[in-house]
Write a protein of this length. Structure first.
Length: 199
């Protein structure tokens, strides 16, 4: 799969959606979709055109829920044991890892907000040693303190797998080219697609 990038010639006010739509045709299409759903007009559903990992993506619903619950309990236990930040959040919410037994218990978990990334700058939310981090994404900090997100090799592999599933599901494959419109500040979503080039 080949991915091409281009940048607009002029930066626009983010609130000026009409001008932005002219520079970013996909945004104009998204606006149309938004209005379709907003007014509850009939909209044809697009069928899946392929599977990246049929074993997982076509898994029986019961097995999928079991897998999701096992992974949920695993990650909750992990962050509780390895992150002082989340351990404190759990304490404030009055829960422990053992209280999370099913997907129905998701509502018991505290939200993580973007402000948390700023409040724990730079690496206060990491749950692994910094030596395990292979990639950092850092915001510009134009609205205040920058936000820092670190990714391990495993995170990158999971990210790539997720994108591969999504792109394959809409019919994209090795012989296709994606044109990714970007501004000067490259978003993590765009970086994710670059990781997908070899898929």
């Amino acid at each position: 799969m080949r991915i091409q990038f281009f940048a607009p010639k002029h930066r626009q006010d983010p609130d000026d959606t009409d001008n932005v739509s002219q520079l970013f045709p996909p945004l104009a299409a998204l606006k149309k979709l938004y209005h379709l759903f907003r007014h509850e007009r009939p909209f044809p559903l697009i069928a899946m055109s392929g599977y990246w990992d049929p074993h997982v993506e076509r898994m029986p619903l019961e097995d999928l829920h079991k897998l999701q619950e096992d992974r949920l309990k695993s990650i909750v236990r992990y962050v509780y044991d390895h992150s002082a930040f989340y351990r404190q959040r759990f304490k404030e919410a009055g829960i422990e890892p053992g209280d999370i037994k099913s997907l129905g218990d998701l509502s018991k978990l505290p939200f993580t907000k973007k402000a948390d990334l700023r409040d724990t700058y730079p690496t206060g939310m990491f749950s692994l040693p910094k030596s395990s981090v292979v990639r950092y994404h850092v915001s510009s900090g134009t609205t205040g303190k920058p936000t820092v997100v670190g990714y391990t090799k495993g995170d990158i592999e999971t990210w790539t797998e997720s994108l591969a599933r999504g792109l394959t599901s809409v019919g994209l494959g090795r012989d296709d080219t994606i044109r990714w419109p970007m501004a000067t500040a490259f978003s993590p979503e765009g970086w994710g697609c670059t990781m997908e080039q070899s898929a």
